[in-house]
Design a binder for this molecule. Sequence first.
Ligand code: ADP
Ligand code: G6P
Length: 463
Amino acid sequence: MPKPPRLIVVANRLPINRVGSGPSARWVESGGGLVTALVPMCRAQRGAWVGWTGAATSRGAAVRPFTHEGIGIRPVTLSEAEVDGFYHQMSNRTFWPLYHDAIRTPDFDHRWWRPYFEVNRRYARAAASVAGKGDLVWVHDYHLQLVPGMIRELRPDVKIGFFLHIPFPPEELFAWLPWREKILRGLLGADVVGFQTHASALNFVRAARQFAGAEGPEEQLEFEGRAVHVGSYPISIDTPWFEAQAAEAETVREAATIRRRIGGNRKLILCVDRLDYTKGIDTRLRAFELLLERGRFTARDCVLMQVAVPSREPVFEYAEMRTRIEQIVGRINGEYSEPGRVAVHYFRRSLARKELVAYYRAADIMVVTPLRDGMNLVAKEFVATRLDGSGVLVLSEFAGAARELRRALLVNPRDIEGVASAMEQALSMPRSDARQRMSILRMIVRRHDVAVWAESFLESLRR
Ligand code: ADP
Ligand code: G6P
């Protein structure tokens, strides 16, 4: 009997990061939505994962492949100059802002193209060396947009999928990119190109027609004599894991401790994000400030807890955002805190996944207000942990998740008055209304979990 095809994930980051060097080096869990979503799927399929070790390595130093919790790890190493040119600059100062509505002005520097190209080629070669005939090679995200085309040249005998975890911008913005045709040709090397939303898929189709000469209908483009299937596949979470974790006695105890510490009957407004300027952390804090200024609720009634994971710190725009957030937190606390009643708790750190679930359980309200976000898994994770159907989700219309989670309180994150009013509405929402909304939201994340997402993409790829 022929062997079933193997799944090979190719993503910038491995699910674990290498910390330290030499014999004292160890591996720790890495973060972000991409890793969270792909780990359960890759483990279930006993797949292989090609990705970066997470730290710069001296030239020529290779890290041997190994197996981690059922996943075959094939590490890619990057020099310090490559981490800068490929990751910090081209990926995170060109593509990231450009694809997020140019919230920050993207930089286009020709010196970054070479490292981007060369690192993409390294990933493509690594994937080509791991894949067997007929295997499914699934490439992820904006760091690796040239990889599908490169793999096709090296290994026309495998199936190639590409999934973009962040939005694909409208044609007018994409047109800014000096390397737009090269990027499109890279992506069109895949058999299936997937996006979080239909809007992103349409943007891509328009750009591919306009700048790369692709033809044909929306879902089945024709490019250089091949069919390229384009579709939207909204990503999700490992709902059963979050439900089980939320039900654990230890989580319940931990959540009760958090509630006791913030003080008796105060309502807990929780916010959890990577410390990124796309997440709208600053505008949401200003909305909370406005809420306190209006005076209907005080620091005796409620507390906002912002958990922010440090991210991409060497990039100027991230350091700037951190300073800004910390200033606003200081200002709000200076103005509105009372003895024993801090208005804003700010934690700049990563939490263990289990600890995070305890925070989700402890919260009354979750406020997720990105200015633009491919999906936003935090919103779905919160919903999945609300086993008793309580809790209110305030969600930005500009998160991909808002396409599905329609019964959240949807807000325009730039409308600070509107966000403040939604927070007030959440604070005063009758229990029965909250429960009704939450039960619908829960049904959605139960029906459409990460396994369903992966299977629907892979089914398109196998076709
Ligand atoms: P992004 O991928 O842009 O970071 P998402 O909301 O889609 O945004 O995914 C973030 C992931 O990181 C979620 O799975 C969430 O559980 C995790 N995460 C967010 N904040 C923390 C934190 N403080 N500690 C640990 N994990 C976190
Ligand atoms: C987003 C991106 C991922 C990335 C993650 C964390 O989810 O779509 O590709 O891995 O953020 O960012 P980092 O730069 O730390 O990998």
